[in-house]
Design a protein around this ligand. Sequence first.
Ligand SMILES: O=C(O)C(=O)C[C@]1(C(=O)O)C=C[C@@H](O)C=C1
Length: 357
Amino acid sequence: MSEELLKQHRDAIDAIDVEILNLLNSRANHAREIGEIKGGGIIYRPEREAQVLRRIQQLNPGPLPNESVARLFREVMSECLALEKPLSIAYLGPEGTFTQLAATKHFGHAAHTVACASVDEAFRLVESRALDYVVAPVENSTEGAVGRTLDLMVSSPLRICGEVVLRIHHHLLRKQEGVAGITRVYAHAQALAQCHEWLNKNLPDSVERVSVASNAEAARLASEDGQAAAIAGQAAAERYGLVKLAENIEDEPNNTTRFLVLGHQQVGATGQDKTSIVVAAPNRPGAVHQLLAPVADNGVSMTKFESRPSRAGLWDYVFFIDMEGHHDDANVATALAGLAERTSFVKVLGSYPQAVL
Ligand SMILES: O=C(O)C(=O)C[C@]1(C(=O)O)C=C[C@@H](O)C=C1
């Protein structure tokens, strides 16, 4: 190892760090000025954030990968925004859940995440403006839709202003090293289902599988019980000081959960957006097909179609539809107008930028 060469590189890094530091602070000063211009208005601008992150990725000359530069700029914007006004984000607690991880992935570490006892409470706190935004899971690639979030969106005045896609890795966690003496394993029902094969192969039948309210709750219980293990993610492992006995034990390697971000604002178009709606269709043959004709006729791509009981009558359903584009885009606007003519109930849940990170 050449000590001289090492010193040269470190000196160069020291000089660059000073430049980065000064540039970060002048960026922050501009954000603060923008905050003044906005006055008491809406500070968080998802459309602008998506544009900043996409542009950085387009301009990135490497060697840092696009994902890394996007993550770094995500944090830079998070800190700049906090100078304008710190954001508070409601999520289904306790601390260490995947939803908290999704909130931090979307808003960065400067946002203040607030654990709520239920998704209902998280919605209520944002509806009453006690907190700024809510992050809620909406679908998992293995387990399907999260019904409660869908149901809440039907009647909530909140609008979707973003989406977060998170790869879900589950680990087998315990207070101490080794699997000897484990008599029960705590996990959320979805985690138990997602790790079913692994559990069958790797733990004896005598180990009881106990379903609990969240993965973080599973980790908390395991931290208090030497005979128990938990299935949970990295954040919960760190939060409750648990040892990882086995990593990435999910059966499906692409196990992914999609979360929605909801607040009080409408978000402008970015050119790469999604629009989510909920519609009712009469209970007769061909009704859904007819209802959707304007979507296909206007060349709008549907990315999701999910039915839920409407709660209005037996065997009445509402349909949650995601489509590509913004409700201000001409083809989406025409499709929505056509849909509205064919049904008694259509609600635009929001148009928002497609997930960047
Ligand atoms: O452009 C703005 O409106 C800003 O407030 C600046 C900024 C940024 O740091 O780039 C910060 C927060 C907003 O959510 C979007 C962007």
